[in-house]
Write a protein that binds this ligand. Structure first.
Ligand SMILES: Cc1cc2nc3c(=O)[nH]c(=O)nc-3n(C[C@H](O)[C@H](O)[C@H](O)COP(=O)(O)OP(=O)(O)OC[C@H]3O[C@@H](n4cnc5c(N)ncnc54)[C@H](O)[C@@H]3O)c2cc1C
Length: 454
């Protein structure tokens, strides 16, 4: 048995131990003495003891299986090294992030202190080659997105925007000098990035309708306009701004540095989802950007689209993490919560909900796994990424809503986590291409007819 299988078995065993019960037993007997005595029993005596203990169980109660949202054991497809990294991220999220998310979500604050701790994991810019990046398969980027979102979707959005959209724009569209300047410090999280594409008047229609303009005055580019919804932008060191060139009418990308006097970022308040994410309304007023800070390989919206294609798969994985977190919380709750003298998990109608949830979750997981395999094999097209984004964000809505339902009133309390997943699933549903826009992309691919309005 591999080291990781042993670790996993031990973790599963520990997960299945009811710590409250254990503490109660410990009050009545000296557990360490009991363990010593048990160790001295032979196999026959142990079996006899187990039989006696089993007869004392309540009717309908058996050894409970571990709570694990990976029903088809996709983790067995990972290498030992990959599973080690997966567990490191999971433990980090459980130990460092879970204890503080509900409070920060409630207050709409970003926990800046976790950035320092995140650095140790070395999981930024996972798939990129060079510039200090790990250069691991896209599959690992997906696994990491799932693990982060399993605990909190806001933190996974912060991370996806920085590592995917912002670093990805520089990696795919930047010159060698721009990559050398930004990617190593962004990889170490010493500089944080944001990605400014959406505008107050232009969301789904960004491909042809950007109102933010840029114009070269012979020395600098002058940017004017507004950007809305820009995650991380209130504190980012660099924001990638996409703007339409007044002369060529083509979309260009710019590295706008923190402190630029023509750049103003105001925090958007009163969101009902992803409250930890600091979204900004950006106003650019004669914002001067030198030619050296124009992304040198971004000549039209086709280049922007390359970045979106690369990151859309990550959003599908995020949806899976959100669904997994909600399913696992709900399953745990239904096994503990008793009504009419029995755990509600033992009732047929509750099991029906749980099975619907795990079916959806397993379908999503197998789909995104294949999606990442295709990305790693360089077979990924826009429509592949769009299909995964549509399917996973729809199914996640269903999973989180059932998770809330089986928890009754407690399902709407933040303390049980599921309420947060319900709200956050709404944002996943709409960002990085809404359900309709991604459906139109898939529809065009399978029918051969574009239903987009030009
Ligand atoms: C929490 C959060 C974080 C975000 N972070 C960022 C970020 O960091 N950077 C960034 O640039 N953007 C970001 N966004 C913006 C996001 O990408 C947009 O919200 C998204 O693209 C949809 O645009 P919209 O909200 O303007 O909706 P609209 O485009 O106004 O759409 C409204 C509705 O009309 C539908 N619709 C539009 N066109 C069509 C059509 N042709 N046919 C049928 N239906 C149609 C849409 O599907 C939707 O249902 C973020 C959004 C959220 C919610």
């Amino acid at each position: 048995m591999s080291v990781f299988k042993k670790v996993k078995n031990t973790i599963n065993l520990l997960k299945s131990v009811d710590m409250d019960q254990l503490a109660k037993i410990n009050e009545q007997i000296d557990l360490s003495e009991a363990m010593k005595s048990l160790g001295q029993l032979d196999e026959r005596q142990l079996k006899g003891l187990m039989k006696m203990l089993k007869t004392k169980r309540k009717k309908g109660q058996s050894d409970l299986p571990p709570i694990d949202g990976d029903f088809y054991n996709l983790d067995l497809k990972l290498t030992d090294e990959q599973r080690k990294l997966q567990m490191e991220v999971r433990n980090f999220m459980e130990d460092e992030v879970r204890p503080l998310v509900n409070d920060h979500w409630n207050r709409a604050k970003f926990p800046h202190e976790i950035i320092e701790k995140f650095k140790k994991l070395n999981i930024t810019g996972v798939p990129y080659e060079g510039y200090g990046c790990p250069n691991l398969p896209f599959l690992m980027e997906g696994i990491i997105a799932q693990e982060i979102a399993r605990v909190d979707v806001s933190i996974s959005t912060f991370f996806g925007v920085h590592s995917g959209l912002a670093m990805g724009s520089i990696y795919l569209c930047g010159s060698e000098e721009q990559k050398q300047e930004w990617l190593p410090k962004m990889q170490k999280l010493d500089a944080i990035g944001a990605f400014g594409l959406t505008e107050p008047n232009v969301g789904s229609g960004v491909a042809g309708g950007l109102e933010t303009t840029c114009k070269f005055d012979g020395e600098n580019w002058i940017l004017n306009g507004q950007k809305k919804w820009i995650s991380n932008a209130t504190f980012a060191d660099v924001v990638i701004i996409w703007a339409r060139d007044e002369d060529s009418n083509q979309v260009k990308g710019f590295l706008v540095r923190k402190g630029n006097p023509g750049f103003k970022a105001e925090k958007m308040e009163d969101k009902m989802a992803l409250r930890i994410v600091q979204n900004a309304l950006i106003t650019l007023t004669d914002c001067k950007v030198p030619e050296s800070d124009r992304l040198q390989k971004a000549d039209s919206f086709k280049d922007t689209a390359k970045v979106l294609r690369m990151t859309r798969a990550g959003v599908a994985w995020q949806a899976v993490g959100c669904a997994r977190g909600a399913y696992e919380s709900a399953l745990k709750y239904t096994r503990k919560r008793e009504q009419f003298g029995r755990p509600i998990a033992s009732y047929q109608l509750i099991q029906d909900h749980l099975v619907e949830m795990v079916s959806n979750l397993t379908a999503m997981q197998t789909l995104v796994f294949r999606l990442s395999e295709m990305q790693d094999a360089d077979l990924l097209t826009d429509e592949h990424a769009s299909l995964a984004k549509v399917f996973c964000s729809m199914r996640t809505r269903d999973v989180v809503s059932r998770a809330r339902e089986v928890m009754g009133g407690n399902g709407i309390l933040l303390e049980h986590d599921v309420a947060r997943f319900v709200a956050d699933a709404e944002a996943i549903y709409s960002y990085e291409g809404t359900k309709e826009i991604n459906s139109l992309i898939v529809g065009r691919a399978i029918t051969g007819y574009s239903a987009f309005v030009n």
